[in-house]
Ligand binder design. Structure first.
Ligand code: ADP
Length: 477
């Protein structure tokens, strides 16, 4: 079974969020299960530099000009690169310029990704032809439309990593994308008069998945559906929508082998975790004191992540003797607010604005609690890293957070199933109550240890998801 993953990011070559982590791990896990899996990516500079040895597979005329398809391998995974420097050779983010403005030709840049995927299904590489195209997020959504326009040369799965990003473009671009104009239809990829790359995936794919079971149900409701809920309800009724929980790449996120930590540890050597905490307190200029509960945030700073609630609940957290270490980048207002809190409470609040892979490991290894109070969360990875690192997640009960964290309610503590702190309402009072419960448990070190050990024993490896995707592919073929 030849499977082609079509996407815009792949860890560690290029990453802006959880999508990259998934594409960096899932193909390897599927190959370990015996599947013939490859990846198709635009040749962004970081991708091209990360795979310097490639061979030319084909050259082809497209609506975006003549492009080359190249092939190389990266840590045992075959990767096809779409070489079109006039589209992809731009510094910084793959999606926007340095002033955060989306590139004006994004419709062409990402339509080309989908178009090449379809050409591959038609046999662009004479020696390897996918029977199933697995497209990820809006960037790859048009792959499903091109397959439909070409008589379905391969089956398709479209995975939604985040429904909030829709890839909307003006309808007049339709003419240049080599798709039938009839597709610009409510029964197609039209969304209120615009082209929606996301909807193309949702509508034309043979099967749609989300990255957690709860999120797959939530998006059929208007609060989470961004206007796509009707289409998604249809799919749900037809059995063509399901959720498969993401895993953790244990080659990268494993506290007993993590070379980015000051001290490695496992469930039996949790006292070594404290060395990471001391180091983190020092580097962030916080009061160095092992007994103070250290809360952490590692996140994009967007309203999705509910970090405005953390700002509101912060005075309570600090009044109870807690500390906060935050690593994040994004919304300028949130950045300023957290920097101001750090200036006001230098011994209790440490803030690092930016994106730092190594530092994210040191924060998650060093903190006691990882905060993920998201308004919605398709899966969420940082709470999974928290579980593995014995850094108890404090999360809102939504999406993948609801599927992965069990609250420290008395009955769960008694049953030995508790792994973190979960709150329901999306407001600072509910978050504050959960923080209070974390503080109370912190005051009972024996219980805290117990929950930590249980959290660390949970298995969120990629094997389960890899097998689930493979049986889905088999069903579709
Ligand atoms: P999303 O994909 O919505 O950003 P996830 O929790 O699924 O959220 O994945 C986020 C990924 O990005 C995690 O691997 C997390 O550690 C990482 N990350 C987020 N912000 C930063 C940052 N500022 N520095 C380093 N890594 C970050």
């Amino acid at each position: 079974m030849q499977v082609l993953h079509v996407c815009s990011e792949m860890y560690p070559l290029l990453k802006t969020g959880g999508l990259a982590d998934v594409v960096g791990a899932l193909p390897t896990a599927q190959i370990a299960e015996g599947a013939d899996v490859r990846v198709l990516l635009p040749a962004f500079p970081d991708v091209r530099n990360g795979i310097p040895d490639t061979v030319l597979v084909a050259e082809i005329d497209s609506f975006a000009g003549r492009v080359s398809l190249r092939y190389g391998t990266y840590h045992g995974v075959g990767v096809y690169l779409i070489d079109a420097p006039w589209l992809y050779d731009r510094p910084g983010s793959p999606y926007h310029d340095q002033s955060m403005r989306a590139y004006p030709d994004n419709h062409r840049r990402f339509a080309l990704l989908g178009w090449v995927a379809c050409e591959m299904a038609k046999g662009l590489d004479r020696y390897w032809r996918p029977k199933l195209v697995h497209a990820h997020d809006w960037h790859a959504g048009l792959a499903c439309a091109y397959l439909a326009a070409n008589g379905y040369p391969a089956r398709s799965v479209f995975t939604v990593h985040n429904l909030a990003y829709q890839g909307l473009f003006a309808a007049h671009h339709m003419a240049e994308l080599w798709l039938p104009s009839s597709f610009l239809n409510v029964y197609g990829l039209e969304f209120y008069g615009q082209i929606s790359f996301l909807k193309a995936g949702l509508y034309f794919a043979d099967h749609v998945t989300t990255v957690s079971p709860t999120y797959s149900r939530e998006i059929t409701r208007s609060e989470f559906g961004y206007g796509m809920e009707g289409l998604l309800q249809d799919r749900q009724r037809q059995g063509r929508l399901s959720g498969i929980l993401n895993g953790v790449d244990e080659g990268i996120w494993e506290p007993s082998h993590d070379t980015r930590l000051t001290a490695r540890y496992d469930a039996e050597s949790l006292k070594d975790k404290a060395k990471n905490k001391i180091h983190l307190q020092k580097t962030m200029g916080l009061e160095v004191n092992e007994s103070l509960p250290l809360f952490a945030v590692v996140s994009r700073l967007t309203s999705q992540k509910g970090l405005d609630l953390v700002l509101e609940a912060l005075p309570g957290l600090l009044a109870q003797g807690g500390q906060l270490a935050l690593l994040g980048a994004g919304d300028a207002v949130l950045q300023q607010a957290f920097l101001a809190a750090a200036a006001d409470y230098p011994e209790q609040v440490g803030v690092q604005i930016g994106y730092h892979e190594a530092f994210s490991h040191r924060i998650i290894g060093g903190a006691d609690v990882i905060l993920v109070p998201s308004r919605f969360e398709p899966c969420g990875l940082t709470q999974l890293y928290g579980l593995k690192y014995g850094t108890l997640p404090l999360v809102r009960r939504t999406g993948g957070l609801a599927d992965t964290v069990v609250d420290c309610a008395l009955e769960n503590l008694a049953d030995g199933t508790a792994s973190g702190f979960v709150f329901d309402d999306c407001d600072a009072a509910a978050l504050g109550n959960a923080i209070r419960r974390a503080m109370v448990l912190w005051g009972r070190p024996k219980h805290w240890r117990h929950v930590q050990r249980h959290a660390m024993s949970l298995d969120f490896g990629w094997q389960v998801a890899a097998k689930d995707y493979l049986s889905l592919y088999q069903r579709l073929l």
